[in-house]
Design a protein around this ligand. Sequence first.
Ligand code: ADP
Length: 600
Amino acid sequence: MRRETSFFNFSISKIISSDQPVLDQARIRLLYYGFWIVFVAVAGLLLSVYFQHQEILTITATIALISVVVLFKYLTYRPQWRQISHIALVLATLLNLINVYITLQTVDIITVQIILLTIVFSFYMLGQGWGLFYSLLNLVPVLLFLVLEYNDSYYIPLRVEKVDQSTVIISLFANFNIIIFIHSHFYNAFFNNIKQLKETGEAQQKLNADLEAAMQKAEKSSLIKSEFLSVMSHEIRTPLNAVIGMTNVMIMGNPRPDQKENLSVLKFSANNLLAIVNDVLDFNKIEAGKLIFESVKFNLVDLLQNICGSHMIKAEEKGLAFHLKIDPCLQDRVLFGDPTRITQILFNLVSNAIKFTKTGSVWVKAYCHEDRHNNITVTFTVKDTGIGIEKNNLESIFEPFTQESITTTRKYGGTGLGLAIVKRLLELQGLHMNVISKIGEGSEFSFNMEFPVSTEKLDGAGDGKQLSNENDGLSNLRMLIAEDNPVNVLLMRKLLSKWSISPTIAENGERAIELVMYGNFDIILMDLQMPVMNGFDAAIEIRKLADPKKAHIPIIALTAAALFDIKEEVFNAGMNDYVAKPFKPEELIEKIQYLVAPVH
Ligand code: ADP
């Protein structure tokens, strides 16, 4: 960076700064000290020729001396080394040619020195292009002069009669000095430049190594965080399973009305806690990039009815009108997509709509935005007449752990993770959520999602999972439960006793295989995490049994992990289905009925 200096500055420290490249600093220093040396040399020469009464030489030396002083002053005032170098080179070239063609009319050792000087100076100061230019500018006319002189065809009467030996000595001495100075100075500069580059390279290498170490540390700590959350949520879900399960058992045991009320509060709170644990776990999975979207066949109408079913009751309890509007074009269509994720998104939006609406209505709408035969774009809208969201907060509510205000937390509870999960689930599919909201009037969340359409049509009989609500026929069911946790065993026994099922218990996977080999069972409920042998390995072994009847026993996995990644593993191990703990009794019974039904 060039600094402004006063006209009367003579100091080099004011025209050089450490943020300039090393080579440019060297160039300025070369000019500064070079002008001193040249000044002394030219002054010596001037005195010498003056006392010899060499008029032309005295004039030339005087002009050279004045030029050196002016250029030096210019340098210390405005250190434009490029410009100054050009001027100095033009002057040197003129001086050289005047000497050769006019004053001396010969090419002697001093001429050679001057040419050498201009070559070295121009290359070092201005680089290759200008170096070549000034070198040729000095050399070619001199060579031409030699040709002319060879033919004896050159003479003009201004030639100096004889140059004194002292002048020659001073010139020789000064020129060699300058050549040596330029070389040594630049050798140093190049050396420092290389050293500096090496140091920068080493510093860069160290920085890269530090950066890599920091990144590895960050990745590791993120992994630890993610594992910690998974383990914690698993640990929390296990006792929660018992709490919810026992509550269900008690509710099913015809409690007194006052007990029933307490039990529903207990169930509500435990379910809330479970939702929070699940949210944290889901968010953690999404952040860790472990989420994979699946593409399975499903019917959107069925899905929407399922999602809204439980919410309709909640809305009714709050005195809200709940409207589910589905475009008729979606009826009977089989789409490809990820129903689990769509459920998650809509579930969150509808829960919020009901939660943040005191009076009025909640709408859930799905209509065909675009229907291109084998591809359909559906617009989903969840609208309410609730408290609304301030314009400034429309972005921040999608941030994790962010709620509109402290009052929201106090009044409505929640973790502020719901919308963050929704947003990320959409973003991972390249989709965007639109929000329109007005304080006191309500909010509308909407997004478009594209689905490939299967050529199949729904036959109206559903997917075959139409179940009878009768429990008859289950009482004789021979069930094996592989479960190591005694609380869970107790819970399962109590629950199943409602359907008069008395299960056999195996405390680990190995024992389960043994029991299957020597006993007769209709279905197995398989916990996945067990000592000695886990549920996956046990299922794989059972599927390998020689007796085909035993090898094909229906197996339902009981998993404490959230649904995200377990599904595939469960099916890969040859199990038929899974239920996530804490399971809903109806869900478990439905799955059992489905798997043991005679059609299977
Ligand atoms: P949570 O519901 O756990 O608070 P969310 O991420 O689902 O977290 O929502 C974040 C915040 O966005 C809520 O706390 C609330 O302030 C605001 N919000 C979300 N949906 C609505 C809605 N339908 N009406 C009004 N405010 C809403």
